[in-house]
Design a protein around this ligand. Structure first.
Ligand code: GTP
Length: 373
């Protein structure tokens, strides 16, 4: 786990050396969190922060149910999808309405990517606000499509927003961590745990629990229930998960922790380049190889079906050909036998005909048929 606590100049503000051939790619930040954790307020804060350092971000709102956006979005799902209309038209409840709206929007996401790609060379950050009902984005096909589409092109990181004052009990903390863990393993993207609302409660207790499992077990001391012992074991399991996280404490209201947050984003962007991107490229390469192999197999099969002699022959094809020749030989003998049988039958029939004709002639003569003479 890396906890960013330094107050030095944010790396995001330092000029980055740019190779001529390499086009600048903005970093995508996906803001995900439980309802009420402060995603929208946090989006407003980072938007204001980035404007203040002269790096205005490209803002995308994916929450169709938000009534008021305290910032201007470049692309807003609400401009194309009327969430209340969707609920009425499809006879859905609020969650079904949000999910269907997101699904409808995802069908047009290629157009969103087009818009983004036109602006990308001039951008440093693309920030996305997601629906309040976290599972609608994290566990839906649309959420996965949007995340994968962005992560395939741009360095991408998840900012998981946590309501710190509501996470002070070991059980809510553990629930939140397990949820974060599920998102990390689902997206496999660089992950930043953003403890929000630190103006109310400092996030230090959380950092301590994550770095020292004994302190978490101490907090559980009075909990002798089954849940208590389960959490006791879980904290050991989660130790490995914590090591892959960047942790920052912020206040979306006061603006505290913004420098640390963008330092973590910068690290996450590098992690994307060194870990996620090579893995993605490997997957793409493997898929291309599988497709090429399948194509070659199809061509070989087609050549064989067409009996193209100049087609490259595999050992198996040669063996099959030899077997076929042997069978053809048998067929020739068989044809020969059939011809002999046919000839014998023909002769036999001729004999029968001759005999029959002879009998008829004899009868005709005996019967005095003058015409016969
Ligand atoms: N004290 C304090 N309150 C905050 C902070 N960030 C957000 N809030 C408050 O938390 C409440 C929820 O904030 P939102 O930004 O609407 O949270 P959200 O996650 O976008 O909410 P949904 O879209 O409904 O899921 C609001 O009343 C905010 O004013 C913070 O840093 N400190």
């Amino acid at each position: 786990m890396s906890s960013s606590t330094s107050t030095s100049v944010p790396t995001a503000t330092k000029p980055q050396p740019q190779s001529q051939s390499q086009q600048k790619q903005p970093t995508v930040l996906l803001c995900i969190g439980m309802a009420g954790s402060g995603k929208t307020t946090f989006m407003q804060r980072i938007n204001a922060y980035l404007h203040s350092i002269k790096k205005p971000p490209y803002v995308i709102n994916l929450d169709p149910a938000v009534t008021h956006l305290p910032f201007t979005a470049n692309i807003d799902i609400r401009d194309t999808i009327n969430y209340k209309e969707v609920m009425k038209q499809y006879n859905l409840g609020p969650n079904g309405g949000i999910l269907t709206s997101l699904n409808l929007f995802t069908t047009k996401f290629d157009q969103v990517l087009d818009f983004v790609s036109k602006r990308a060379p001039t951008l440093d950050y693309i920030i996305l606000d997601t629906p309040g009902q976290i599972e609608i984005f994290t566990w839906s096909a649309s959420g996965a499509i949007i995340t994968d589409a962005l992560a395939a092109t741009y360095p991408c990181a998840v900012a998981y927003i946590i309501d710190t004052p509501r996470t002070t009990s070991p059980s809510t903390f553990m629930s939140n961590m397990l949820y974060a863990c599920s998102i990390l393993y689902k997206t496999k993207l660089p992950f930043i745990l953003v403890f929000n609302k630190t103006d109310v409660v400092s996030h230090e207790f959380a950092v301590e629990w994550m770095t020292d499992f004994e302190s978490f077990q101490q907090a559980l001391q009075n909990d002798t229930s089954y849940m208590g012992s389960l959490m006791n074991s879980m904290c050991l399991v989660l130790e490995e998960f914590y090591q892959h996280l960047k942790v920052v404490g912020v206040s979306a209201i006061t603006g505290a922790g913004m420098d640390e947050f963008f330092e973590a984003v910068d690290e996450a962007s590098k992690e994307y380049e060194t870990v996620y991107k090579p893995e993605l490229e490997k997957l793409i390469r493997e898929k291309a190889e599988r497709q090429e192999a399948a194509k070659q197999a199809q061509i070989t099969k087609l050549m064989k079906d067409m009996d193209m002699s100049d087609a490259p022959k595999t050992d198996q094809m040669m063996e099959e050909e030899e077997e076929t020749e042997e069978v053809d030989g048998d067929d020739g003998d068989h044809d020969y036998d059939e011809d002999a049988d046919y000839e014998a039958m023909r002769k036999h029939q001729e004999q029968l005909d001759d005999q029959s004709f002879g009998r008829w002639l004899k009868q005709a003569r005996e019967g005095g048929d003058g015409n016969i003479e």
